[in-house]
Structures are given as structure tokens and as C-alpha cells.
Ligand binder design. Structure first.
Ligand code: FMN
Length: 334
């Protein structure tokens, strides 16, 4: 029998997240254009910037560039700004800066495993030692008066689930929500997420919401994750790439148990164009640079006929908005 899950809002401290669905931070993707498109299409309760370097924000010569790159806006409320760093005082100082620039929530990255971040002890490497990870959140909580959240992996070392003891310590340190990507650092994005870790984190904390993350692509996935883990929110990453409507579809499923039909090819083309144009309108980059940066995202809208990659190959070679329009506009009439 099909059971539906209510589309319940949840609270991060005093901030109400209107739906339990949130957009995952994704480097190279979670810019304003994509975040706002996901919000505008409905169903997405909260967005997060991609990770920003705490040390880069502290350096006055790179600060303006960092802020400009991540471009969060008041209209996105409640936008979480994600920081990474390993030294408690540094991350705390960086948090003050992003709050001054309008961050509604400061999120601390404890999930990134790439050497550039983890080698310096930041990201998922913080989970090697619960005490250091807790010291970082304590310092940030003391430094800012907006809610502080964390996004963790299951743990650093395969099989050693540090997320569970850390969740309790983080809650005691004043963290207001925890997102759990249920994979170990060494897994990257391989294998399947082990949602049982999310359930155990939910059991471990007392009051704060737990946001489950990993392998949610459909409404049925989200409903299953919520039922299996008791999580308060569901975070979607790769499932939203080239599919900013996924939140609306998941929300509809959670409310009704019905699966909405996927957008037609022409509808996908329309959204791809809207995405490209919004990026061009809002990016600080010159047009060519902005197009090079974004064409990978636009190629994910699956604008080809089944079995073909002609359009995709044209998109990833485009150098201007006009070129993208020439490639995509004919599909609007298809
Ligand atoms: C291209 C890409 C970039 C990512 N960048 C970040 C990031 O900046 N910060 C972060 O916490 N996680 C990052 N992640 C991890 C996602 O937020 C998410 O935890 C992961 O993709 C699992 O969720 P999913 O199965 O819904 O994709 C990234 C993932 C991808 C695919």
C-alpha cells in the first residue's frame, strides 16, 4: 500500500524552512542562478552556497573575490553559506564576515574529501577527531548570532562512524541542524549511501533537525529515506543537476503519492535557456568566461533525442549565450 509523507516544514533554531527539501551545496553548481531556479520552481525549502574557504575570506586581498563568487542574496532567505577550514578561530572569523554579508545560516563543511581541503585538516578530515571538529563548531557558534549548522559524512575512515558521537557533541556545542551525507570520505560518491547512519544520528540528537543526504533522486526515494531514518529534511544534490524541478516533483509526491510526468524535451529546453540566461544576467564574469563555466551544467538538461549526444556535444563547445540560444531554441518547437 502506498503511504504518503507529509510535506512538513522544519525549524533551524528560529528559522522556518518551508518544506523539508533542501538543495545540497555543490561546488561549480550552487551559484545564485541555479539556487534561485530551484527555489522558483517550487518545493525547495532551503539552499546553500558551495563551500567557501575560511582562510581565503580572511585574506583581505581575496575576500571581495570570494564573496562575489558565491553571490548569495537576501531574496534567497534562508540561504546557508558554507565554510570550510580547520582552525577554529579562523572559521569563526570567516563566519562573522559572511554574516556581515547577509548569510542567514552558517554551515560548516565536514564532508569534503578532496585533497585541497582535507590535506589541511578541513572538510571531512575534521571527522578524524571529534574534539577538533567540536572545537570548530564551538568557536563559530560563539562568534555569530545566526544559526550554525554542519554537514558531515558518516566518517573519515571507512567503517568508523564518527558522525554519531559528533552529532551529540555538536548539538551540545549549539549547532542547530546537522546534514548527514551517509558515505565515508574515502567513498567519494561511489557505492550506495548507508541511510542507517542517518537514522542513528537522528536517534543520537535530542532537539535539532537532521537532514538526510545521499542518493535521493525521486519522491519515492525521499519518502523512503524519511520513513527509514526519521530525518526531518532531505537534501538533494546530483538529483537536481539539470533538473531544478526535482524539488517540485518530490514535494508533489510527498503530498499526494503521485509521480509527476518528467518535463517534455521542449520544457527542458525552456528551463535550460532560463538557467543560462539567469546565469549570464547575474554572474560577475565576462560572457565567454561565464558560458565556459556554465555549459557543463546546461548540458545536463538532456536535450538530445534518446540515444543521441549531438546537442550535448554542441553545448559543451559553446562560447556565447547567442550560440547556446542557436543550439537550444529550435528544441522549443520540437
Ligand atoms: C559536483 C559536486 C560538488 C559538491 N560540492 C560540495 C560542496 O561544496 N560542499 C559540500 O558540503 N558538499 C559538496 N558536494 C556533496 C553534495 O553536497 C552531496 O553531499 C553529495 O552529492 C551526495 O548527495 P546526492 O546523492 O544527493 O548527490 C558536492 C557534490 C558534487 C557532485
Amino acid at each position: 500500500m502506498l503511504t504518503t509523507t507529509a510535506l512538513k516544514p522544519f525549524l533551524i533554531d528560529t528559522i522556518c524552512v518551508d518544506t523539508p527539501l533542501t538543495l545540497a551545496p555543490m561546488a561549480g553548481y550552487s551559484n545564485y542562478a541555479f539556487r534561485s531556479l530551484c527555489r522558483d520552481l517550487g518545493g525547495c525549502g532551503m539552499v546553500c552556497t558551495e563551500l567557501l574557504s575560511g582562510p581565503a575570506l580572511l585574506d583581505k586581498s581575496s575576500r571581495a573575490r570570494s564573496i562575489r563568487m558565491f553571490d548569495w542574496r537576501a531574496s534567497e532567505f534562508p540561504v546557508a553559506v558554507q565554510l570550510f577550514g580547520a582552525i577554529p578561530q579562523e572559521v569563526a572569523e570567516a563566519a562573522k564576515i559572511v554574516v556581515d554579508y547577509g548569510a542567514a545560516i552558517v554551515d560548516i563543511n565536514m564532508g569534503c574529501w578532496v585533497p585541497k581541503v582535507a590535506k589541511k585538516g578541513g572538510g571531512a578530515a575534521l571527522l578524524r577527531d571529534v574534539c577538533t571538529a567540536t572545537a570548530v563548531v564551538e568557536a563559530v557558534v560563539k562568534a555569530v548570532d545566526v544559526p550554525v549548522t554542519v554537514k558531515v559524512r558518516s566518517g573519515w575512515e571507512d567503517g568508523l562512524v564518527t558522525a554519531i558521537p559528533f552529532a551529540r557533541a555538536a548539538e551540545q556545542a549549539g549547532v542547530k541542524a546537522i546534514a548527514v551525507h551517509a558515505r565515508f570520505a574515502g567513498q567519494g560518491h561511489t557505492g550506495s549511501a548507508d541511510w542507517d547512519v542517518i537514522r542513528r544520528v537522528k536517534e543520537m540528537v535530542t532537539d535539532i533537525p537532521v537532514i538526510g543526504n545521499g542518493d535521493v533522486h525521486t519522491g519515492a526515494d525521499a519518502a523512503r529515506m524519511m520513513a527509514q531514518t526519521g530525518c526531518d529534511g532531505v537534501m538533494v544534490g546530483r538529483g537536481a543537476m539539470g533538473k531544478p524541478w526535482v524539488f517540485q516533483h518530490i514535494a508533489h509526491y510527498l503530498q499526494t503519492g503521485e509521480t509527476l510526468p518528467e518535463p517534455s524535451r521542449a520544457e527542458r529546453a525552456q528551463l535550460a535557456l532560463a538557467h543560462a540566461r539567469r546565469w549570464l544576467e547575474t554572474s560577475w564574469m565576462v560572457e565567454r568566461q561565464a558560458v565556459l563555466e556554465m555549459r557543463g551544467q546546461i548540458s545536463k538538461y538532456q536535450l538530445d533525442e534518446p540515444g543521441s549526444v549531438i546537442i550535448r556535444n554542441q553545448i559543451v563547445r559553446a562560447n556565447s549565450l547567442a550560440e547556446l540560444e542557436t543550439i537550444i531554441e529550435p528544441i522549443l518547437q520540437a
